[in-house]
Design a protein around this ligand. Structure first.
Ligand code: CMP
Length: 139
């Protein structure tokens, strides 16, 4: 089933000049970018995006990091896009991410982990609408 997912190339990865490598991985895996923004999110924008993690001890630090520099926010479309992107990313903690994944290649630690990807159709819908409010949702 063709579906859409929201991906973020986080400030740490943008700083490392690996936007091109990461977008190339998406494309080679059959995940087509159908929307893309280069933006520095303000801290309240990061807080709204990660609201589900509000009670976590890392919430404030995560939102500070996410608003510390530019990110690339994308909508990716393809067969099983949500699962496929999570496989491409690898585990949240780069130290535990499988070899060949984006986080194994470019992540630094569990917080500075290079990329984000939606984890379910419900979160994909919320996250796509959050950054691309005009887009029709499919899948
Ligand atoms: P992401 O997939 O964007 O979803 C939530 C983010 O919180 C996660 O990637 C990490 O950047 C961060 N995160 C998750 N767990 C921890 C943790 N234990 N300590 C610090 N940051 C975390």
């Amino acid at each position: 089933m063709s579906e859409r997912t929201l991906a973020i190339i986080k400030p740490d990865a943008v700083n490392k000049h690996v936007i091109g490598d990461i977008v190339s991985r998406y494309e080679k895996a059959g995940l087509k970018p159908v929307a893309m923004r280069l933006m520095q999110m303000g801290k309240p924008v990061a807080e709204g995006f990660y609201a589900v993690h509000k009670a976590r001890p890392f919430f404030d630090s995560l939102c500070t990091f996410m608003s510390s520099g530019p990110s690339v926010v994308l909508v990716l479309q393809g067969e099983n896009a949500i699962k496929k992107n999570r496989e491409l990313m690898g585990a949240t903690d780069p130290a535990k991410a499988e070899k060949g994944t984006i986080r194994a290649a470019h992540g630094t630690n569990i917080e500075y982990n290079a990329v984000h990807g939606s984890d379910s159709p419900e979160t994909a819908k919320f996250e796509i609408t959050y950054f691309f409010p005009g887009m029709d949702i499919i899948g």
